[in-house]
Design a protein around this ligand. Sequence first.
Ligand code: PMP
Length: 432
Amino acid sequence: DPVVPVGAHEVLRRREQVLAEVQEHYYAQPPQIERGWREHLADVDGRVYLDMVNNVTSVGHAHPRVAEAAGRQLRLLNTNSRFHYAAVAEFAEKIAATLPDELDTVFLVNSGSEAVDLALRIVMASTGRRHVVAMREAYHGWTFASDAVSTSVADNPNALATRPDWVHTVDAANSYRGTYRGQEAHRYAPEAVATIRELAGRVDLAGFVAETYFGNAGGVALPPGYLEAVYAAVREAGGLTVADEVQVGYGRLGHWFWGFEQQGVVPDVVAVAKSVGNGTPVGAVVTRREVADRYRTQGYFFSSTGGSPVSSVVGATVLDVIREERLQENAATVGTHLRERLRELGTRHELLGTVHGDGLYLGVEFVRDRTTLEPATAETAAICDRLLDLGVVMQPTGDHLNVLKVKPPLCVARESVDYFADALDRVLTEGW
Ligand code: PMP
């Protein structure tokens, strides 16, 4: 069993007593984390862990520039975005500059759920229509609309049965374990296009929402040409396309800053959060001016803390750090090295079915049988627990919870990912 300090048990008991039960925590007996530094976490006993799961802390834990900028701004001014101050314009300009020219108009919010929710409302307002198509097995957030388009059974076992009438779905375009595998994966796009055309004939179709790189399954690239075909069908039907870049965007994929670049498309509306604030609540929706303007038909838009001086300064500083510390490049080089190391483990350990992903967005999928792809769910949970003993924070993902969610801070060092690969090799060799 992991050694958990006595005080940590007491704090855990208090947490569980006061928080709603569904507000879960990692691990049955989690270490009590006190501080972080780059890709490392330290607990109250001074034990240090390698954080290989944190896609929120994009530029690393306790980044001094982010901390300094936030602290300085907190001492100067923090208020709502109806006041006039420079930071909101600077941050919005910076985020728009990372996107294709036509995506020039920014809404600032506080989270990924809010960003997806607002993106859907923008699409509905802009088209004057109501129905939305989403990809199955996805997670888009907890707010009313973002939850409505979320169908991952890992988050809600009744997800598909409980969708509101305005939500329609297309198959999860997973080329590893979906309906169509490997060479057959090109069949997802025409099937989705047919569904969209059929829907367009009988409902008022407002748009389509999906991650641009299939995140819930551990970072599986959509089949080549998938979004191009689907976006064309949505536009032909008069709808708009929403890219959920909350997990996959912002440099994590290494070779591309945004996931949609990997598919060679430009969405109408982009929703982003997580990495944007390096763990503080900052989210954004970016779209074209004429699409944003139609939101007026819904009244006004206001978020008290969305785009506040502190949020804006944090957002701008994170973007500066990603560029100046060349973190996207680090994601590409260190991520490619890690993917090779993990794939090599697959040549020696039967359980390791495949390694998904690009850059520092990788998924290690465990299967009991490489032909039937029976998910190794219990094994994955046990492997994560054993990795914690060895000082690595790692969690399962996917609808079968059989995929390691490999998403460390973008500043992760090559030595750290080697430590992780060595630890995983040891667990797979010795057992768990
Ligand atoms: N979209 C995706 C793809 C996500 O992964 C998440 C968070 N896991 C969200 C939206 C919701 O973001 P948040 O937790 O910031 O509300």
